[in-house]
Design a protein around this ligand. Structure first.
Ligand SMILES: NC(=O)c1ccc[n+]([C@@H]2O[C@H](COP(=O)([O-])OP(=O)(O)OC[C@H]3O[C@@H](n4cnc5c(N)ncnc54)[C@H](OP(=O)(O)O)[C@@H]3O)[C@@H](O)[C@H]2O)c1
Length: 272
């Protein structure tokens, strides 16, 4: 039996879910590749013998290739990759610049594709590999004022669901982690666009969404699901994370869209 530690490669490890997962897997004895856009000022927790820090921007294919090469040189193999990097462009669609919308898709969708594509020949050759992607409950349901972000996460859910078919014969498994609201840098990093015409609506929305986010759990609830997905050896595809993620996704699965839409409006707009 092979008892050498497994290796996990994680994107967007500078903060939030990615950082929490890096520290958790390292503490469990895994080799961890913590990739992030800037490794110039890295926090002391990352100085751990099992952790390799690598600079990687998911929109830059040469940085992905470099991080991949560094990983194989240091650990010799990779078992799991976690596509976690992402951010949200939010607000009123009409007021958004097209270049900002394009950057949102270039990061969340095409960036994730870039990372997966780098690892496919390697995983195919070794006839195994696990690709975990942190999508969102917002990849299967929607809330107001997140339209481009939902567009990216719905795109990922469809892309990855289809990709499972062609990769299964090569022993490559895909799993999605679908968190509800989680207290991380996500809400400070989000980009917001609006105008005076929409002010009544956006002010109201900000208040109600603020309440939901205020009660959100920390990233450890997502790390728990990533850990489960990395270790359970199953063919399960979707792992909702956090109570809101689990409850909303179950509700959406059971009830038709018009019922879900009413619930979503009650939660966000306070109206039936
Ligand atoms: N928090 C939530 O409520 C929530 C809910 C559902 C899903 N998610 C998803 O969870 C994932 C992690 O988010 P989080 O909550 O942990 O937020 P976070 O603390 O803001 O972390 C996001 C990470 O993504 C990185 N990133 C952004 N653009 C990148 C790029 N082009 N290349 C490489 N890294 C990039 C950021 O790096 P920098 O430090 O360089 O900016 C940061 O490390 C995201 O995909 C998000 O959509 C979050």
């Amino acid at each position: 039996m092979n008892t050498s530690p497994k290796t996990i490669f994680i994107t967007g490890a500078s903060s939030g879910i990615g950082k929490d997962a890096v520290l958790f897997f390292a503490q469990k004895g895994w080799n961890v590749v913590a990739t992030m856009r800037s490794i110039d000022t890295v926090e002391p927790e990352f100085k751990h013998s099992n952790i390799l820090l690598a600079q990687l921007d998911i929109t830059d294919t040469s940085s992905i290739k470099k991080a991949y090469d560094q990983t194989l040189a240091r650990f010799g193999s990779v078992d799991v990759i976690v596509n976690n990097a992402g951010y949200a462009l939010t607000g009123v669609f009409e007021t958004m610049k097209s270049e900002d919308i394009e950057r949102q898709f270039k990061t969340n969708v095409f960036g994730t594709m870039n990372v997966i594509r780098q690892f496919l020949p390697y995983f195919r050759e070794k006839k195994s590999g696990l690709i975990i992607t942190v999508t969102s409950m917002g990849g299967l349901i929607t809330f107001p004022l997140y339209s481009p972000y939902h567009g990216t996460k719905w795109a990922l859910e469809g892309f990855l669901e289809s990709l499972r078919y062609e990769l299964r014969p090569f022993g490559i498994r895909l799993k999605n982690i679908e968190p509800g609201a989680i207290k991380t840098g996500f809400y400070t990093a989000l980009e917001f666009s609006s105008s005076e015409d929409y002010k009544n609506y956006t002010d109201k929305m900000e208040k109600s969404m603020g309440k939901v986010i205020g009660k959100a759990p920390g990233p450890e609830v997502v790390t728990r699901e990533i850990w489960k997905a990395a270790n359970d050896r199953s063919d399960r595809f979707r792992y909702p994370a956090s109570m809101t993620g689990k409850v909303f996704l179950l509700f959406r699965k059971i009830f038709p869209f018009f019922i879900w839409e009413r619930v979503s409006r009650i939660v966000t707009e306070g109206k039936f």
